[in-house]
Structures are given as C-alpha cells and as structure tokens.
Design a protein around this ligand. Structure first.
Ligand code: BDR
Ligand code: CA
Length: 411
C-alpha cells in the first residue's frame, strides 16, 4: 500500500494491469506500486523504478532527449491506396465517441485496437463505452483492451461535468454484448507495435497513462512507433485550470514520458480544437440520418447541447478528439509548427501546463531555490523540437469530413 506523502492517507489502486479490472475481475484492490510492478514487462525492464521511487521526473537530464538533429520531424499520413494503421487510446467521452466513429468509418484508417483509459469518467465507464461504440459502428472486429484505472501518480480527476456521469452525456445505451480482450492496454499496444515495427501510429485522445506505461515497460518500443498524434495540451491557456488542458492535467507525469520519448509527435491542443465547434444545425444533420452511428452521435450531441443550454452556459461543443483523428485522414486540416514542449509536473497550480519554445528564445528552467545546493546560473538548453504543434485549423474542412462520414452521406 502506498501513502500520500502529504496526507499520509493510503492510496489504493484497483486493477492489476492484466485486464483484471473492476467489472472484469472480482476481487482485491491492488496498490499503485503493485500495478506498476505487475504491468507486463515492467518488472523485467525495471523501467518504472525511477517513477515510482523517489526520483522526481523533473530531475532527469534534458540531454537524454538526444542531439538537436535526431528528432524525426514528420507527421503521420495515409499513403495513397494504403490505410494508415492506428491504435486509438481514449477515454470516451462525448468527443471521443465522435473521434472513434470517424475513425471506424474512414477507409483511410485501419483501427487495430482501441484502448480505453480513465479520464473523462472512471474506467468502469470508459471501457464499456468503448465497447458500445464499437458495437454501434458494427466493428466488433476491433479489439478493445482495458487500460489504467488511475493516473500514474495522482488521484483521478474526471470531467463528468462535461461528459455526464456515464461519459456519454447521460444517454442510456444498452449494455455492450462484447467483452474486452484479455490483454491490457499497455500489453496490446506493445504486442501490435512489436509485431509491426514502424507501421502503427498511435492516436491518443485521453490522459496518456496507457501509452506511458507501454513505453516505460519496453524501452525499445518508442523506436518502433512511427508517429503519435495526441489531443492534449495548449500553448494558449488551459480548460480545466487556466494553465492546463484536461488530458495533461489528469496525468502530467505520463504526458512527460510521452513527450520525452523521441517519437514524432503531433500535439493537437486547445489552440486549435477550441475553434472546432459543433453547431445545432450539424446536430440536426446527425439526427436526420438513418444509420446507427449517426443516430448515436446525434443523441450524444443533442443531450450535451441540452445539458449545456440548461446550465445557462453559452452552448459550445468543441470536438477536440475528432480533430486529432481527422488530422490523420486529412493532414491539411491543421497547420503545424515545430516546438520544444515541456510538461509542467510540479506546479501547485499549473501541473499539466505545456510550455512551448519555437527556437526564437533560449530554453531556461526556473531559477533555483535559495535552499538548493549552490550551482552556476541555469544554463541555456540547446533548442531541439520534440513536437509538431497544431497552430492553425480549418474548421469547415473538419466538419465537411466528419458529418458526411457519420451520416453516411460521404461523396
Ligand atoms: C480533452 O479532454 C476531454 O474532456 C476531451 O475528451 C478531450 O480529449 C479536451 O481538453
Ligand atoms: Ca478524450
């Protein structure tokens, strides 16, 4: 059993990383440390040692990122005539649902697996939601593997105020008939990537816990992943705090592992997703089309719209996650710029903030505390991009792709 350093309270973590999660396996709660140690390969690789022990992640040497030239600057895109093979890591979630439907109905993509993680709502909802969405889309050929039910080191913070207590805006879909596969999310990510080195793009639209666990379990894995697109982060302020975007806020330590992994990474953050707002007219289009995907999407979006309107809020539904998936189908939907992105993990108010340097200013850490050992003034760190950040978006291009794909009226 771990203890919270501040409160001294015991921290419990349900699930053991072998697919034996609440709802899948009756039984005991596992400690966080046990989960990390028991996740496939973690013990053997010893890769999580520094994370679960007392070594703060911020103490890692920035030079571990490699030289200024070795970051492979490329984005994922389908090759002509050949679908892009992807794994979707997700926390469904209203906009996750739209993203999953878009991916499953796009011939440019081949979805190899869906790996739900806790986030918008706990895993006990995101997992059955993923199963439901796959069933609704008639794509039960796509394996769904249960992921982490807690962030790496933090208590789970959810966004049920946006997504409803069940994650799908309170819409009461039937219980899924299909079951998750036996492998856990980190295990299936590792297996599929290892069996197809250089072939599998990850698209992660929830907190990055599953992806971080897979990477930490298998130090060679990052080199086999050609690209990762994440919905998360922001260079222009957050949504859950003034500093942090939700997915990074929930598990900043996991996000840092992913940003540090030297994988070609595209960050589709709030800078662009906040410009992709679904209109009521588009909800009507979804409702009018007579196919299960469009009907389900229409119900979720209608319920969201009504809940938001009742709350007296301005009704804006940003389709964050759908934009990340759309950028794999049609890379021109966003414009990108290279940045070196750091994830704040230590701030009392700012954990999960993403800070971006574009090379025009020196990279510097915060000034050392007076109490720290005397050292020379913080050295400038050489600029080296680790992400292509989406800095521009064409919302019409997104919706002209998304709505016809879901309604079945694609040309
Ligand atoms: C992100 O947080 C979640 O609430 C959404 O599903 C999206 O992935 C937006 O900040
Ligand atoms: Ca999400």
């Amino acid at each position: 059993m771990n203890r919270d350093a501040k409160s001294g309270q015991e921290i419990e973590f349900e699930g053991n990383g072998r697919g034996e999660k609440p709802g899948i396996r009756e039984g005991s709660a596992w400690s966080r440390r046990e989960f990390l140690a028991n996740s496939a390969g973690l013990a053997a690789a010893g890769a999580l040692g520094g994370l679960v022990a007392d070594v703060p992640l911020s103490a890692r040497e920035i030079t571990k990122r490699g030289s200024a030239t070795d970051w492979p600057d490329r984005a994922a895109a389908p090759a002509p005539g050949k679908p892009l093979r992807i794994i979707i890591d997700t926390d469904p979630g209203i906009d996750d649902a739209m993203a999953i439907f878009l991916a499953l109905r796009s011939p440019e993509l081949k979805v190899e697996a869906i790996t739900p993680v806790c986030g918008n709502v706990p895993l006990e909802f995101t997992l059955p939601n993923a199963l439901r969405l796959v069933e609704i889309a008639g794509r039960t050929d796509v394996p769904v593997a249960a992921g982490a039910s807690q962030p790496l080191l933090r208590r789970l913070a959810t966004a049920s105020h946006v997504h409803g207590a069940n994650g799908l805006a309170g819409v009461d879909f039937p219980e899924p008939k299909i079951k998750p596969v036996r492998e856990t999310a980190p295990e299936i990510i590792r297996r599929i990537v290892r069996e197809n080195p250089g072939e599998i793009t990850l698209v992660a639209v929830g907190p990055l816990t599953n992806v971080a666990l897979a990477l930490r379990a298998d130090p060679e894995l990052a080199g086999m992943i050609p690209a990762i697109t994440i919905m998360g982060g922001s260079l222009s302020g957050g949504n859950i705090t003034p500093a942090a975007e939700f997915n990074l806020y929930v598990d900043p330590e996991a996000a840092r592992i992913v940003f540090d992994a030297n994988i070609p990474l595209t960050m589709v953050g709030l800078d662009v997703t906040h410009k992709c707002l679904l209109s009521e007219q588009q909800i009507k289009q979804l409702e009018a089309a007579n196919n299960p995907v469009s009907q389900a999407a229409g119900k979720i979006m209608r319920a969201t719209y009504e809940r938001m309107s009742k709350g007296g809020e301005v009704t804006v539904i940003a389709l964050h996650d759908a934009l990340a998936v759309a950028s794999l189908i049609d890379p021109g939907v966003i414009t990108r710029k290279n940045y070196y992105v750091e994830v704040e993990t230590e701030g009392e108010w700012t954990a999960g903030e993403t800070l971006g340097w574009d090379g025009s200013r020196p990279i510097r850490r915060s000034a050392p505390m007076e109490t720290s050992a005397p050292e020379p003034p913080p050295a400038e760190i050489p600029y080296k991009p680790n992400a292509q950040v989406a800095v521009g978006v064409d919302p019409d291009r997104l919706f002209n792709l998304l709505i016809p794909r879901l309604t079945g009226n694609a040309a």
